[in-house]
Write a protein that binds this ligand. Structure first.
Ligand SMILES: Nc1ncnc2c1ncn2[C@@H]1O[C@H](COP(=O)(O)OP(=O)(O)OP(=O)(O)O)[C@@H](O)[C@H]1O
Length: 472
C-alpha cells in the first residue's frame, strides 16, 4: 500500500436512529406494517417513531501514519462514528472503507472472559484480534510487561481492579500490529504514568505507519497528539483540518452556546462605570505607539463582542522586544475594544514551544486582577501582563485572548472547581498566532548559565546539611 493511499475512506456517511416514545410503539412498528401488507394496505401504514440523525454527510480520509482527532460536545456523534469505523455499528447511508487490521480501544476488555486468567485472556483476545500463534508468542512478553500487573497475570480477571483490567486490555490492543488504532477516551483511565506509557506506545505505533483515530474531550491531547481533527456538532462536520484550529473552534462553539445564557446576564440597564474616557491610559507607563503591532492585520477568532486593536511585547523599559535572555521579564500589552457589553473581562496569553506544547498560559483570571463586573460596548480594555521567562532556551509563539465570565462566578472562584469555572467562560476574541519571542542564554559573570534544565523552571527550594560520620 502506498503511503498516500487512505486506510480509512468515508464518503457521505449518515447514521439514523429510530426513536420510539415507548416499547409499545416499537412493537407496533414491527407488527402493523406486516399486517397492513397482508391486507394490501401497506401504502397507508402509519409510522410510530421519530427519526434522529446521529451523523449526517460525513466525509474524510485518513492516511497511514496520520493521527486524526475527533472532537465535539456531548452527543456530537463521536462514539457513533468510531463504532461505525470499528465495524460494530452499520451506517444508514454512505460508504465506509477501512483497510487493514483495526485495534479498537473502545470498550476496553469487553472481549475478556472474567473466569479466565489474564494470561489466558491475552492469548484468547490476541487470537480473536487476528494474530497467529507465532505472532502471539513473539509479543506475549511485551504485552505482559506493558500491562505491568505483576502476579495478577495468573489470576482470573474478575479479581482485577478496573485499572488493571484496562491496562491489560490496552496492552493487548497496543501490540497487535494494527494498521488502524481507534481510541475513545481510553487514555483518560489509569494513572498518569500509565497514560504517559500509552502515549509513548501510540507514538511508536504511529511512527510504524499506523493511522490513529483519537476521540477526546481534552483539547491539549488533541493539539499535542493529532495532525488534523474533525469537529462534530450535532452529527455534522463543523470543521476538518489543523488540530489546533479545530480545538479553537471547539471552544468557540462551546462559547456560542454559553453566549445565549450569558447575554441575559449582561443587561443594558446596567449603568456604565467611568472608564476614563479621553485618557491615553490608566497605567503609569504605557509604551509609545511605535512599539505596538496593529491587530487588524492578524487572524482574530471571535464571537463579535470585542476585537483586539493592537498589542506589544516589550522589555521592562517599555521598548518593543522579541529576544530575551532566560529569566528576563517580558511585558505583554494589549488593547481590546468591546463591541457589545460583556461581563468580567478575562485577558491573558499562552506561550507555546517549538513542538506546539503549551508551556505557559495565564491571565487576569489566575492573577485575580481587579476588574468591574460589566463593561459596556465601546470601551477600550487595556491589559498589561508580565511574565518571567524562566523557560528552556528556544523560540516560543504566543497567543492573546479575551474572554468573559459572569461576576458571581468570578467572585466565587475559590469555591468552584476548574471544570465549573471553565464551563462558564465565554471566549470573546482570540489571536492564535500573535507573534514569536526567543529566549536565549543569559550572559553570566558568575554562576551557571542555565537556570534549569527542561521546559519549565518551577519554584522550589534546596537545602544541604553536613555532619561528620561518627562511625569512622
Ligand atoms: N442507540 C441509539 N438510539 C438512539 N439515539 C442514539 C443511540 N446511540 C446514540 N444516540 C444518539 O446519537 C447522538 C450521538 O451520540 P454519540 O454517543 O455518538 O455522541 P458522542 O459525541 O460520542 O457523545 P459523548 O461525548 O457524550 O460520548 C446522541 O444524541 C445520542 O443520544
Amino acid at each position: 500500500m502506498s503511503s498516500s493511499e487512505p486506510v480509512i475512506d468515508v464518503r457521505g456517511l449518515g447514521k439514523r436512529y429510530d426513536i420510539y416514545d415507548n416499547p409499545r410503539d416499537r412493537l407496533k412498528q414491527l407488527i402493523v406494517p406486516k399486517l397492513a401488507s397482508l391486507i394490501g394496505r401497506s401504502r397507508s401504514t402509519p409510522s410510530y417513531h421519530r427519526e434522529f440523525w446521529a451523523l449526517q454527510d460525513i466525509s474524510f480520509q485518513v492516511r497511514p501514519g496520520e493521527t486524526l482527532g475527533i472532537i465535539g460536545r456531548n452527543g456530537g456523534g463521536k462514539s457513533t462514528l468510531l463504532q461505525i469505523l470499528a465495524g460494530t455499528l452499520a451506517p444508514t447511508l454512505g460508504d465506509v472503507t477501512v483497510k487493514g487490521r483495526v485495534a479498537a480501544l473502545l470498550e476496553l476488555g469487553s472481549g475478556f472472559n472474567p473466569d479466565f486468567t489474564g494470561r489466558e485472556n491475552v492469548l484468547l483476545n490476541a487470537r480473536i484480534l487476528g494474530l497467529s500463534r507465532e505472532q502471539i508468542e513473539a509479543s506475549y512478553d511485551e504485552i505482559v510487561a506493558f500491562a505491568d500487573i505483576g502476579d495478577f497475570i495468573d489470576q482470573p480477571v474478575k479479581t482485577y481492579s478496573s485499572g488493571m483490567f484496562v491496562r491489560l486490555a490496552f496492552a493487548v490492543q497496543a501490540h497487535i500490529n494494527a494498521s488502524i488504532v481507534i481510541i475513545d477516551e481510553a487514555l483518560a483511565v489509569g494513572d498518569v504514568f500509565f497514560r504517559q506509557k500509552c502515549y509513548a506506545r501510540l507514538e511508536e505505533i504511529r511512527a510504524s505507519g499506523a493511522a490513529v483515530l483519537l476521540v477526546s474531550h481534552a483539547m491539549t491531547d488533541i493539539e499535542q497528539f493529532c495532525d488534523r481533527a474533525i469537529l462534530l456538532d450535532h452529527g455534522k462536520m463543523n470543521f476538518i483540518g489543523d488540530a489546533t484550529e479545530a480545538a479553537k473552534r471547539y471552544y468557540q462553539l462551546h462559547q456560542e452556546r454559553a453566549l445565549i445564557a450569558e447575554k441575559s446576564d449582561v443587561e443594558a440597564d446596567k449603568r456604565p462605570q467611568d472608564f476614563g474616557a479621553g485618557q491615553t491610559s490608566n497605567f503609569d507607563h504605557w509604551p509609545d505607539d511605535e512599539n505596538f503591532i496593529d491587530a487588524s492585520n492578524q487572524i482574530q477568532i471571535g464571537n463579535g463582542w470585542a476585537k483586539c486593536l493592537r498589542y506589544a511585547v516589550c522589555d521592562t523599559r517599555g521598548k518593543r522586544c522579541a529576544s530575551f535572555a532566560q529569566g528576563d521579564e517580558a511585558v505583554f500589552y494589549s488593547e481590546f475594544i468591546t463591541l457589545k457589553p460583556i461581563s468580567v473581562p478575562l485577558a491573558g496569553i499562552v506561550l507555546q514551544n517549538e513542538r506546539g506544547i503549551n508551556v505557559h498560559g495565564k491571565g487576569s483570571l489566575e492573577h485575580y486582577a481587579e476588574t468591574p463586573d460589566h463593561i459596556p460596548a465601546g470601551v477600550i480594555i487595556q491589559c498589561r501582563q508580565t511574565v518571567e521567562l524562566k523557560l528552556e532556551l528556544g523560540e516560543y509563539t504566543f497567543e492573546l485572548g479575551l474572554a468573559t465570565i459572569d461576576g458571581d462566578t468570578y467572585r466565587d472562584m475559590s469555591g468552584l472547581n476548574h471544570e465549573r469555572i471553565f464551563s462558564r467562560i465565554v471566549r470573546v476574541c482570540h489571536l492564535p498566532r500573535a507573534g514569536i519571542i526567543a529566549v536565549g542564554w543569559r550572559p553570566v559573570h558568575h554562576g551557571t548559565a542555565l537556570t534549569h534544565h527542561g521546559i519549565a523552571d518551577l519554584p522550589g527550594t534546596f537545602e544541604y546539611a553536613f555532619k561528620t560520620n561518627s562511625t569512622d
